[in-house]
Ligand binder design. Structure first.
Ligand SMILES: O=P(O)(O)OC[C@H]1O[C@](O)(COP(=O)(O)O)[C@@H](O)[C@@H]1O
Length: 328
């Protein structure tokens, strides 16, 4: 299959993908604030898996819920869809499990689709990440540069003071040196408790007020973020971080020949890419689910790298008329 094979179905496919993230969001929304992140995650996975069964693709999960023996559904290598164009799928049915369980802001259901072979096959380990929004000189920031240097270059490119810049960082002890360096350079910090996909996408959304994303988080989330930035614009680099030799071997087994490579955004998500997400709890990117016993409301984004179109979709769901797979 080539890019051309996607064309006859792509407009429908965009809507179909949103139906899949909506299903996951509606299902996990029943668990918002109930303190059980595994139940919330399980509900999202189950609903997303069922929804994929109605989508006209021949999909292979390449970023998923783990290996077949540890994940009953949406495991890496699982074939999904009704049949159709051959695509690779990256999923995170509930990005921000702890956020959802505590009723905090910014959990989403998300997925991305690429032509076969389009996604970096990233193991479920950490990745060091840096990102800035669109319209800046190529290479304005670099993963290997010190935070202060990146902030100086970014301020120069944006023709502003470092104090005008906001850096989004996951609030983790491992980031204390980065946080200190950014503050010493004069930048302001937006610490997020979880959910770095939303944090990374925020650099491309002027209204989010984030100029730079820094720090480490999940590698699968890195690939999903790269898919989003391919569509919406922006620069991102990621490098896998290893805790032991078995993780290096795991990366090699997944086809990564240079384990220390610094991946650019289009090396993590290549070719024609679509990215979809639905808000579960309200955050900077999307409004959260509102639902009662009979009806629900969802807010989603769907975008495509080939056309650069970004669509926001508000949906009102009538559970009385909707198949159970979509009622959650
Ligand atoms: O919590 P850690 O170990 O720092 O990992 C960071 C990762 O966890 C998250 O914050 C949330 O991931 P989950 O949805 O799997 O809980 C991701 O967005 C991020 O990439």
């Amino acid at each position: 299959m080539t890019t051309r094979d996607l064309i006859p179905v792509d407009r429908n496919l965009a809507l179909e993908l949103v139906r899949v993230t909506e299903a996951a969001a509606l299902a996990s929304a029943r668990w918002i604030g109930r303190g059980d992140k595994n139940a919330a995650d399980g509900a999202a996975v189950d609903a997303m898996r069922k929804a994929f069964d109605t989508v006209a693709i021949e999909g292979t999960v390449v970023i998923g819920e783990g290996e077949m023996d540890e994940a009953p559904m949406l495991y890496i290598g699982e074939k999904i869809g009704l049949g159709g164009p051959k695509v690779d799928i990256a999923v995170d049915p509930l990005e921000g499990t702890s956020i959802c369980a505590s009723g905090g802001p910014g959990s989403i259901a998300t997925l991305a689709v690429a032509e076969h072979g389009g996604f970096l096959h990233a193991p479920d380990i950490y990745m060091d990440k840096i990102a800035v929004g669109p319209g800046l000189p190529a290479g304005v920031v670099d993963l290997d540069a010190a935070p202060g240097e990146n902030l100086r270059e970014l301020a120069r490119a944006k023709k502003c003071e470092i104090n005008d810049l906001v850096v989004c960082i996951l609030g983790r002890d491992r980031h204390k040196d980065i946080i200190r360096a950014c503050r010493e350079a004069g930048a302001r910090i937006m610490l997020i408790p979880d959910g770095d996909v939303s944090g990374l996408i925020a650099v491309s959304q002027p209204e989010a007020g984030v100029d730079l994303y820094l720090g480490s988080g999940g590698a699968p989330e890195g690939v999903l973020s790269a898919a989003a930035l391919r569509c919406i614009g922006g620069q991102m680099q990621g490098r896998l971080l290893y805790e032991d030799d078995s993780q290096i071997q795991r990366a090699r087994d997944m086809g990564i020949t240079d384990p220390n490579k610094k991946f650019a955004v289009d090396e993590m998500a290549r070719g024609d890419v679509m990215f979809a997400a639905t808000g579960i709890t309200t955050g900077p990117l999307l409004k959260g689910v509102r639902r009662n016993a009979t009806a629900g409301y969802t807010h989603s984004i769907i975008m495509r790298s080939k056309t650069g179109t970004v669509r926001y979709i508000e949906a009102h769901h009538n559970f009385a008329l909707k198949p159970s797979a979509f009622a959650g």
